[in-house]
Design a protein around this ligand. Structure first.
Ligand SMILES: *Cc1c(COP(=O)(O)O)cnc(C)c1O
Length: 371
């Protein structure tokens, strides 16, 4: 048997880590009686996000899922349209496509970064357009925070005139050729959900260059209220604004992003040092010129029959430690129907078949010890 593990207190996969000004800011918000609506911390958070991203527009919202929904809505995705999505990711990346009455078209990953394969993206666009489909946008999800082959992905999108939404929900703090994840395409989104690298317990954000799109998303996020003293509405919006309390916590967290990334990278490197000698173990490899935040430390055990992810997960659970299988590919999720559209091979399926996400904030010792 591989894997000997001991632990006392439960170790979680990716728990919140409050080590900055969160408490101070939260108390400030409470003491000022400004807990809603929106408020000064929302304004400060949006400013901090503009600084982080280097983009002129940032909108704080109540979740990453809402952020994707708003992005697709202003890209005019509607009933009958199709949107190309990553298959090897969390369901929230593609679910908003269906909220708008459109259909997700799933694209397989490649084995270096576990992200959408640009060649399969090309094939999906060509094939769906040849079939007469109205393909409207591409949502690229950064898998466990890892950048993909972004130059090629962007080139394919540009050539086909398709807007690129970067689902950087997991990738806050990652960079590609010096640029932050979420700033390479047309609209970038982040999540501050409880398990993300920066969290406000909930929350999300949108960044972009286009002031017109940003203004529309901001308006739609607050019930599409017109700029009048009375309640005037010319279209249907959503209740997607961020609370000032949440913004206070997120801002405190965001100030510590660099430390958080360094910490997660160290945890990941520790696992690599333990696992790299074991045959058939692989992991996400950074594309040239990129730096991943290593939100989750993830490993694939390949087809080594002695090395089962399920056995390791059970063993960790017995030691009071949380771990999880890798993503179940979205095109195989019943939620998207029995015949979800899918392009590519079986990379995502093979990763799901025998892979694991390990506790990524605190390292588990002895994970690779044998017998
Ligand atoms: C977490 C996550 C989301 C959704 O974010 P929420 O804030 O939980 O709504 C979307 N896409 C991916 C890839 C995620 O991991």
């Amino acid at each position: 048997m591989y894997f000997e593990i001991m632990a006392n207190d439960r170790i979680y996969l990716s728990p919140p880590h409050l080590d900055g000004n969160e408490r101070k800011y939260l108390l400030e918000a409470l003491e000022s009686n400004w807990i809603a609506p929106t408020g000064p911390f929302v304004v400060r958070l949006e400013q901090a996000l503009r600084e982080h991203s280097g983009l002129p527009e940032a909108i704080a919202v109540n979740s990453g899922t809402s952020a994707i929904h708003l992005a697709l809505r202003v890209l005019a995705v509607g009933p009958g349209d199709e949107v190309i999505c990553s298959t090897f990711t969390f369901i929230a990346s593609a679910a908003p496509v269906t909220y708008l009455g459109a259909t997700p078209v799933f694209v397989d990953c490649e084995m270096q970064t576990w992200n959408m394969d640009p060649a399969h993206l090309e094939q999906a666009i060509q094939s769906r357009r040849a079939a007469g489909a109205n393909v409207k946008a591409v949502i690229f999800a950064y898998c466990y925070g890892m950048p993909g082959r972004m130059t090629e992905i962007i080139e394919v999108c540009r050539r086909h005139g398709l807007p690129l939404v970067e689902d950087a929900a997991e990738a806050l703090g990652s960079t590609y050729q010096g640029k932050p994840a979420g700033t390479l395409g047309d609209i970038g989104i982040f999540s501050f959900n409880g398990n993300k690298i920066v969290t406000g317990s909930v929350g999300g954000a949108i960044v972009c260059r286009d002031a017109t799109l940003a203004a529309r998303m901001r308006k739609l996020a607050s019930q599409a209220k017109e700029n009048t003293p009375h309640f005037e509405h010319h279209e249907i919006g959503y209740n997607y604004g961020m609370s000032n309390l949440v913004a206070a916590v997120v801002l405190g967290q965001l100030e510590c992003l660099e430390q958080k990334v360094n910490n997660r990278r160290e945890v990941f490197e520790g696992y690599v040092a333990q696992l790299e000698k074991i045959p058939s173990v692989t992991w996400q490899v950074e594309p040239d010129g990129s730096r991943a935040n290593r939100w989750l430390s993830a490993f694939h055990f390949g087809t080594n029959p002695e090395l089962r992810a399920s056995a390791l997960i059970a063993k960790l659970a017995a030691g009071n430690m949380e771990s999880r299988p890798l993503w179940k590919p979205l095109h195989t999720q019943i939620a998207f129907g029995p015949e979800a559209l899918h392009f590519g091979g079986e990379c995502a399926e093979s990763l799901f078949a025998n892979g694991v996400c390990l506790p990524s904030l605190h390292a588990v010792p002895n994970i690779g010890s044998m017998h």
